[in-house]
Design a protein around this ligand. Structure first.
Ligand code: NAD
Ligand code: GLY
Length: 364
């Protein structure tokens, strides 16, 4: 079988522009990713699951650099300030100068923490992303949102700090657990549902191949989602407007994740159910008159093995209470991302809580 093609997508941000490379064997292609490292020092940040699988391949490309590794334990709980402090101490021990580079090898947890560490050291040094989950390849490694969690809440501390390059080696997805892979697919569908109807139709046509992890189809799906996100980020890097649309399904999704104590649904699964609820609410508000589009969304998510129903036992009133805590809300009113149909998402402020409750009650 031929190796799938490498895709290269530009994130255009003036002097901070960079490329996202998606392809086969990229971890071994150090000539490619070493080009994004300017200085002599590098710190590889990874975790205890990913490092045994892939660190050796990265290490082979580090000749001539003074470098070290900093590993965190696996899991969202370790995306913490304490670990940023430890990573900064590792940079200090290395004697890292302002031209040093942080290398993030892992999923979104590692990428967010490594990027934030790079943003903090000497007020900002380079970092590159070597994403190893589908979610990180199609979403978190691109766009420069970095940060960590606080006991008070997820992602409460962070910085916009763009990587110098993203190198997504799709071979690493071979070891990714099936459920994590499918959760990443939800983020692919989300991009198409928000703003690219043609991509949505392509996903429908290729859903079976995608679920079966066909390499070429997977690489193209990742590239198309990244291209969509790169366009949004180039137009609205710091989320003053359009970038907010990337949160389709998130307000419902966060409430579902929290109600399930972060054990019932993975983030991507919660976003899948959340997108369906947002589509149903859009219909209820008369924004979207196309029943078909809600059905198409449900059918696509279903084919990709993602949930589309609220898990049993959840309480609509509790979900609504949790939705009131969302960061997008203003002046005590709900601000949601809804749509007029596939590829036509919009920010809607002042959404009536009774309408939201009615959709939640119908869904449980
Ligand atoms: P994750 O980083 O926890 O990875 C999921 C699991 O897969 C972990 O157990 C990890 O160790 C394992 N893993 C990673 N790569 C593997 C591989 N190739 N083979 C086997 N196992 C592998 O989770 P995630 O879904 O990648 O990322 C979620 C995080 O991303 C959250 O913290 C979220 O807030 C953040 N996020 C950030 C952005 C952003 O724009 N910065 C966007 C979306 C999500
Ligand atoms: N994941 C949403 C964003 O990057 O804006």
């Amino acid at each position: 079988m031929n190796a799938p093609a490498t895709h290269t997508i530009d994130v255009t941000l003036g002097a901070r522009s960079y490329h996202v490379h998606i392809g086969h064997g990229l971890l071994d292609d150090s000539a490619l990713w070493r080009g994004a490292i300017r200085g002599r020092h590098a710190l590889v940040i990874s975790n205890t699951t990913v490092a045994p699988l892939y660190l050796e391949r990265v290490a082979k490309g580090m000749d001539g650099l003074q470098w070290d590794t900093f590993l965190i334990d696996d899991g969202e709980a370790h995306k913490s300030f304490d670990n940023v402090g430890r990573a900064l101490a590792a940079l200090a021990k290395l004697g890292a100068t302002r031209d040093a580079c942080v290398i993030a090898l892992g999923g979104g947890v590692v990428g967010d923490l490594a990027g934030f560490t790079a943003a903090c050291w000497m007020r900002g040094i380079d970092f590159i992303q070597l994403p190893t989950t589908l979610l990180a390849m199609v979403d978190s490694s691109v766009g420069g949102k970095t940060g960590v969690n606080l006991p008070a809440g997820k992602n409460l501390v962070g910085a916009f700090h763009q990587p110098r390059g993203v190198f997504a080696d799709i071979d690493t997805l071979a070891t990714l657990p099936e459920r994590e892979f499918r959760a990443g697919l939800a983020e692919v569908v989300k991009g198409a549902a928000i703003g690219d109807a043609e991509f949505f139709a392509w996903l429908e046509a290729h859903a079976d191949a995608l679920a079966a992890r066909d390499q070429d189809v997977m690489a193209e799906a990742i590239a198309r989602k990244v291209a969509y996100k790169a366009g949004v980020v180039a137009r609205d890097e710091t989320e003053q407007g359009e970038r907010t649309l990337l949160n389709l399904g998130h307000t419902f999704g966060h409430a579902l994740e929290t109600a399930g104590r972060y054990t019932t649904l993975l983030h991507g699964e919660a976003v899948a159910v959340g997108m369906v609820l947002a589509a149903q609410l859009s219909q209820q508000l008369g924004m979207s008159t196309l029943d078909d589009d809600t059905l198409r969304l449900q059918r696509l998510l279903d084919t990709l093995g993602l949930p589309t129903d609220v898990p049993p036992g959840m309480d609509p009133q509790q979900l609504l209470t949790l939705m009131r805590l969302d960061k997008k809300n203003t002046a005590g009113t709900l601000r949601l991302i809804l749509w007029r149909g596939i590829g036509r998402a919009e920010i809607v402020a002042g959404v009536n809580e009774a309408d939201v409750l009615a959709v939640l009650q119908a869904a449980v």
